[in-house]
Design a protein around this ligand. Structure first.
Ligand SMILES: [Fe+2]
Length: 213
């Protein structure tokens, strides 16, 4: 059974970028509901309950068809939010480090260019979903957006970074001004965690390409 992870910071710690009320509703409301629903969906599937959420979503073809779409949505919601909380930090103004920084420079032409590209993807994404940075099976960095609760795991990519584009992530403070939310969001990215996830992606997800990604 899955459980709601505790935040590593207070609900008001990301102020003024993300307000306390949004964080409370997002974590104790939306995320908690995803956890409750995926647990209900899997209540009769004890083997699937034992899988780490990342593995469950990576193996959707093994999930019975009758619950596959619900697992994709509700399990996806648990995974995306668990990852989102870990990649946020009250320590404002950080930037990528180590090999991730080098890789961003090589792929996008620099950190500023990466932020521009990622922001453009996030702002232009139609409807609900997430902007993602992931490592594909060839070891390349991929910036893209995906709808709803879909994750790069569906494409055998390893997620390292994401931005929640559902209106519940920003509407209380930013209303319909998603672009303002995207611009402000960069101040509260936990780049230490994201850089570490990139390193683990190389070692664990693509062991034969450890020198590539
Ligand atoms: Fe969300």
């Amino acid at each position: 059974m899955y459980s709601l992870p505790e935040l590593l910071f207070a609900y008001d710690a990301l102020e003024p970028v993300i307000d306390k009320e949004t964080m409370e509703v997002h974590h104790k409301g939306h995320h908690k509901t995803y956890v409750e629903k995926i647990n209900t969906i899997l209540s009769k599937y004890s083997d699937l309950q034992k899988l780490p959420i990342e593995e469950l979503l990576s193996r959707l073809d093994d999930v019975p068809a009758v619950i596959r779409n619900d697992v994709r949505n509700q399990g996806g919601g648990h995974y995306t939010h668990s990852l989102f909380w870990r990649t946020l930090s009250p320590r404002k103004g950080l930037s990528p480090t180590g090999e991730l920084a080098n890789r961003i420079d090589a792929t996008f032409g620099g950190f500023s260019q990466f932020k521009e590209r990622f922001s453009e993807i996030a702002i232009k994404h139609f409807g609900s979903g997430y902007a993602w940075l992931s490592v594909n099976p060839e070891g390349e960095l991929i910036a893209e957006s995906l709808p709803n609760q879909d994750t790069p795991l569906l494409k055998n990519c390893h997620p390292v970074f994401l931005l929640d584009l559902w209106e519940h992530a920003y509407y209380l403070k930013y209303r319909n001004r998603r672009a303002e939310f995207v611009k402000a969001f960069w101040e509260v990215v936990n780049w230490a965690e994201v850089s570490e996830r990139f390193n683990k992606a190389k070692v664990n997800h693509f062991p034969r390409q450890s020198g590539v990604a």
